[in-house]
Ligand binder design. Structure first.
Ligand SMILES: [Zn+2]
Length: 452
């Protein structure tokens, strides 16, 4: 495990930086950030920051760009055991089904709580090494995901999977009772608890209302897949005689602090309902292209619906590189004919920082600004990415995960020189391999388990 000097009690001013602050603010070409404890205290030129915080230790970061820790708003990190295996599963074996029902559910039936933490390591490590400091995760046995996030020293908004009508482990109210007790006694200080309904076709009206009421009463974010496939749309039309989005509206789910993911089978009427609601659309372009079709990006942007990007899971998007996802999304919006001014780099940055953080009830991250948490990614610039004539364009279309060198979360180093700083990667890998062996023995998935 590599180390950079920890920040002392007096804090430190990091300077000589190209800073991408977020919140549509212009890049600072020769900027400084004063960090103390877990917070960003001040941002500006070195002269400004030093004059306001005299005698603070200084650390030159010449040759580095600093951007806010990136937010991957929709993940199922423990699904890493499906990596590579989803690519040829697009066509359903049962009419009306998708890869979700035909491929994921039968294997997921074999999961147990002990496997979730080690299975999450691969996806989380890939995310952290590409600048993700915040994961909006939802999955079975979610305490295991929280433990994995905690072990790496990153941050998140995590939810237990709930469904009472379908899916591999439809536990319904019995599980919900336990989840409520867990939320009331929440023990992960850097992780926000979230209420999660799997999808409109796997959650009944009564249960959806109950989940949503609890989220509203406790001011918790609400996260769900909605209109994720044409099969879901058909099933909800049959059951409720309305679209999944209209059903979600009737249940009170369309409101600020809700993240509605995929929306692939939404129609014009649905988009109108979403536009007036304040809810955020969670889009995962790479995953969606792989298992159904490109998301309705242009329509959502033109309707003014806030968008937060996610990478979904390793079954349908093999990595957790959210900066790459934003690049793909930016290119996709151009292909869909969106006015270029509406898919600017500032707009794209919001989709992988501010929008996801706000939808997932964590507005204290997502920007390099005073009073935000010190979650910062330091990326190496230099010959391979020069000239940086427009730093925002350069950030999205030239730079990438390979430039991520150091990452700080809550004022502490979690990645140094590209290596994990809080935990041994070799240890994580050993535990991951053991968990892979176990799930392979239970499912016969055609995976290749790496050798230790
Ligand atoms: Zn998903």
């Amino acid at each position: 495990m590599k180390q950079l000097s920890p920040i002392g009690p007096e804090g430190a001013i990091f300077h000589d930086l190209l800073i991408i602050p977020g919140h549509s603010e212009k890049p600072l070409l020769d900027g400084a950030i004063y960090i103390k404890g877990s917070d960003i205290i001040d941002v500006g030129t070195l002269a400004e920051v030093e004059s306001r915080n005299p005698s603070s230790p200084k650390v030159s970061m010449k040759g580095y760009l600093a951007c806010p820790g990136l937010v991957n708003a929709h993940t199922h990190a423990s699904m890493s055991f499906f990596r590579d295996l989803g690519h040829d599963r697009v066509l359903p074996t049962t009419p009306g089904n998708s890869m979700i029902e035909d491929f994921f559910f039968p294997s997921e039936k074999e999961l147990t709580a002990d496997l979730i933490e080690p299975l999450a390591y691969s996806y989380l490590v890939d995310g952290l090494k590409s600048g993700v400091t915040f994961f909006g995760d939802a999955y079975f046995f979610a305490r295991g995901t929280c433990q994995a996030i905690d072990r790496l020293g990153v941050r998140g908004a995590v939810a237990e999977h709930h469904a009472d009508l379908g899916g591999p482990l439809p536990a319904g109210r019995e599980l919900w009772k336990k989840t409520k007790a867990w939320i009331e006694d929440w023990d992960f200080p850097t992780i926000t608890p979230v209420v999660y309904a799997h999808a409109a076709d796997t959650v009944s009206r009564e249960f959806m209302n109950e989940l949503n009421d609890f989220a509203v009463q406790n001011q918790l974010p609400f996260h769900m897949h909605l209109s994720q496939t044409s099969g879901e749309r058909d099933r909800v039309l049959t059951r409720e005689r309305m679209s999944p989005v209209a059903f979600a509206k009737e249940c009170g789910v369309l409101r600020p602090k809700t993240l509605l993911v995929h929306l692939l089978s939404a129609d014009e009427q649905d988009i109108k309902l979403l536009a007036d609601s304040g809810a955020t659309a969670g889009l995962c372009p790479v995953s969606e292209i792989l298992y159904e079709h490109a998301p309705l990006g242009r329509q959502f942007v033109e309707a003014g619906i806030p968008i937060a990007l996610g990478t979904d899971c390793a079954a349908s998007n093999d990595g957790s590189d959210i900066l790459n996802e934003a690049k793909v999304f930016g290119l996709m919006l151009r292909m869909q004919g969106l006015d270029h001014s509406k898919s600017s780099p500032h707009f794209l940055l919001d989709t992988i920082t501010k929008n996801g953080a706000e939808a997932l009830g964590s507005p204290w991250v997502g920007a390099i600004k005073p009073n935000k948490k010190a979650d910062i990614v330091f990326m190496k610039t230099g010959l391979g990415v020069e000239p940086q004539s427009d730093p925002m364009v350069n950030f999205f279309y030239t730079m990438g995960a390979k430039q991520v060198r150091h990452v700080m979360v809550d004022g502490q180093w979690v990645l140094v020189d590209g290596e994990l700083a809080k935990v041994s990667e070799a240890d994580l890998r050993d535990q991951f391999i053991q968990a892979l062996k176990e799930i392979k023995s239970r499912t016969n998935l055609p995976m290749t388990v790496p050798t230790a």
